[in-house]
Design a protein around this ligand. Structure first.
Ligand code: FAD
Length: 309
């Protein structure tokens, strides 16, 4: 098992935090301490870190901005690598392309695209994750999806070896990609192909979608966005609402009164509160409608004997 000094011996400039509370790094504001958290600033530093962790048989988990994660109250054993905001290169390439580091926020990427008069990312501006996290799960909103704009992704594997995906090799489908199938590969640099457009019109489209989001979502409370994937042929929120679950509560976790697809942290919510509430929603919706709701948010950390499948 690695310790902080082992990492600093190989990567002297890398920020490394010990026993860092994960609740400081998740949009849910939930999660116990991780043994080690490292924040690499370059692909080479990340590759060196992964190779070291592999040699020292230390488990590694990657996170972007922690906006789609529910982390155990018992925390995380091993090393968490956080890509935001070290891996944050952002540059224009040719007339229609942008190359973004995996740790760049979607809001920054979409704002840069608008500045450069490139359209296709207005949908992404209000999604609070990183570009890497969005590629991982093919994030989408308002009829837009990462799959429509991502052309090329370089990645690094657990042993520090590099690879490249282009076009169909990303294997994008609804909330799925090459990376959800290959959990030991991490997206590094993403090339997006966009369409030339008028910066003012792009900004207006972005602002209109952000306003729709503000009107519909409980953005004033900690959450991880929509908890469940869309079930075939519909949406989770109306089913949850129809079952009378708006406002349902376990401890500090509650189904949002504003958007039934969100669970919010009303203060002091634990991971167990959220997991129990998810279980109650799934049970009730299945009993009343026959629909099985599948979580969209990812679980991370030490769940002991109650480990999720
Ligand atoms: C208020 C709110 C609104 C939201 N709205 C939307 C929405 O409209 N549409 C939507 O799709 N999502 C939405 N989300 C969810 C979330 O923002 C997205 O899923 C986002 O893509 C997650 O990115 P992240 O960097 O925070 O990933 P994290 O939460 O840090 O990680 C999520 C998963 O991605 C993996 N991952 C992260 N970076 C990489 C990488 N570089 N390579 C490989 N795997 C990686 C992690 O290992 C983990 O399994 C919302 C969340 C919130 C809080």
């Amino acid at each position: 098992m690695l310790d902080r000094q082992d990492i600093l011996n190989v990567c002297p400039d890398m920020p490394v935090l010990v026993d860092e509370p994960m609740c400081r790094h998740t949009s849910f504001a939930i999660g116990g301490p991780v043994d080690l958290m490292a924040l690499p600033a370059s692909p080479a530093a990340l590759a060196a870190l992964l190779a070291l962790a592999h040699r020292r048989e230390t488990p590694v988990l990657l996170m972007g901005n922690g906006t789609n994660l529910l982390v155990s109250d018992r925390g995380v054993r091993g090393l968490v690598v956080k890509t935001h905001d070290g891996l944050s290169g952002l540059k224009r390439s040719g007339k229609r392309e942008i190359v973004a580091g995996c740790g760049v926020l979607l809001s920054e990427l979409a704002a840069a695209a608008a500045r450069w008069g490139l359209s296709g990312l207005a949908f992404a501006h209000g999604i609070p994750g990183t570009v890497g996290g969005a590629v991982y799960m093919n994030a989408g909103a308002y009829d837009g999806e990462m799959s429509a704009v991502v052309r090329r992704t370089s990645y690094v594997g657990m042993t520090g070896q590099f690879g490249v995906l282009t076009g169909p090799a990303h294997a994008f489908s609804y909330r799925h990609s090459f990376f959800t199938d290959h959990r030991r590969a991490f997206a590094l640099e993403i090339t997006l192909a966009l369409t030339p457009g008028d910066p003012e019109a792009i900004r207006a489209e972005t602002e209109a979608l952000d306003a729709r989001r503000r009107a519909a979502q409980p953005l004033d409370l900690p959450s991880a966005g929509s908890v469940f994937k869309r079930p075939p042929g519909g949406h989770a929120a109306p089913l949850i609402e129809a079952c009378g679950l708006k406002g349902a509560r376990v401890g500090g976790a509650a189904v949002s009164d504003k958007h039934a697809g969100f669970i919010v942290n009303r203060g002091g919510a634990t991971c167990e509160d959220v997991r129990r509430l998810i279980g109650q929603i799934q049970e009730r919706v299945h009993a009343e409608t026959g629909v099985t709701l599948e979580p969209e948010i990812g679980l991370m950390g030490d769940f002991g004997a109650g480990a999720p499948a």
